[in-house]
Design a protein around this ligand. Structure first.
Ligand code: NDP
Length: 228
């Protein structure tokens, strides 16, 4: 049976990945910072024959990540999805910036994925995949301003995970960076192009087909290569 672990699993694209993996018969380790609020996850778990379990894990907090991962220690993980993210301040911060918010954005979206990867690393073997949620805003081709902390964090994540991909190649662990599309979630808003269903379907296919030769690549949800 395929086992997947998903951060940010309580809503948005993370929740839809949970739903689709459960429907596919997979074992799902759902990681959320507030299990009490994750009602839809609880409903899914009630009908998943024990294949879906919910664990508290705040990607911004080292102790929480270690404790959350330890709850399923010993289970090998085939796919680790680093989904959790926040948008940070939107307007251009030319004259001043909210540095506390910058710290949060980086703790969640740069350090977070590495922290989670470290906690799960003993359970990742040859052929295991780590799929990191990046964004088109990370690329030099993104034509708009604003979102300073978000663009900086996602660009940092891309470069960080490319290095991690190189360092994990000998172990056969595959590391991917994915732009999920502009998706109708709390973050993407109602006007976005894609439904969470479409985005998650594409990303699951990518996760199945990603090869070691393409470890460290930045792809779109539909399999196209994303420019850096
Ligand atoms: P949502 O805003 O719908 O959901 C964000 C998720 O991240 C929530 O589950 C939230 O949990 C979780 N999260 C935030 N901070 C933490 C934390 N410290 N620890 C654990 N979980 C946390 O976002 P999307 O589903 O739209 O986005 C998913 C990913 O895709 C993000 O990384 C985002 O940057 C990226 N992305 C999204 C795009 C879009 O158009 N939607 C476009 C490009 C990239 P909680 O409920 O507790 O707040």
């Amino acid at each position: 049976m395929t086992t997947v672990a998903i951060t940010g699993a309580g809503r948005g694209i993370g929740l839809e990945l949970v739903r689709q993996h459960v429907d596919a018969g997979d074992r799902v380790i759902a990681l959320v910072r507030n299990p009490e609020k994750a009602r839809e996850l609880a409903d899914l778990a009630a009908t998943a024959d024990g294949r879906l379990t919910i664990h508290r894990l705040d990607v911004a907090d080292d102790a929480s990540v270690k404790a959350g991962a330890a709850e399923t220690a010993g289970e090998a993980v085939d796919v680790l999805y680093n989904v959790a993210g926040v948008s940070g301040p939107v307007p251009a911060e030319l004259e001043s910036a909210d540095w506390a918010e910058w710290d949060d954005v980086f703790r969640i979206m740069v350090q977070g994925p590495l922290r989670v990867l470290q906690a799960f690393l003993p359970r990742l073997g040859a052929g295991s995949k780590v799929i990191n949620f990046s964004s088109q805003l990370a690329a030099s081709t993104w034509p708009y301003g604003g979102y300073y902390s978000y663009v900086a964090a996602k660009a940092g994540l891309n470069r960080l995970m490319r290095s991690v991909a190189i360092d994990l190649k000998d172990r056969g662990v595959i590391v991917g960076l994915v732009h999920p599309g502009w998706v109708q979630t709390d973050m993407g808003g109602e006007a976005a192009d894609l439904t969470p269903v479409e985005s998650a379907e594409g990303i699951r296919k990518l996760a199945r087909e990603w090869t070691l030769e393409r470890s460290g690549d930045f792809l779109k949800w539909n399999g196209e290569t994303h420019p850096w």
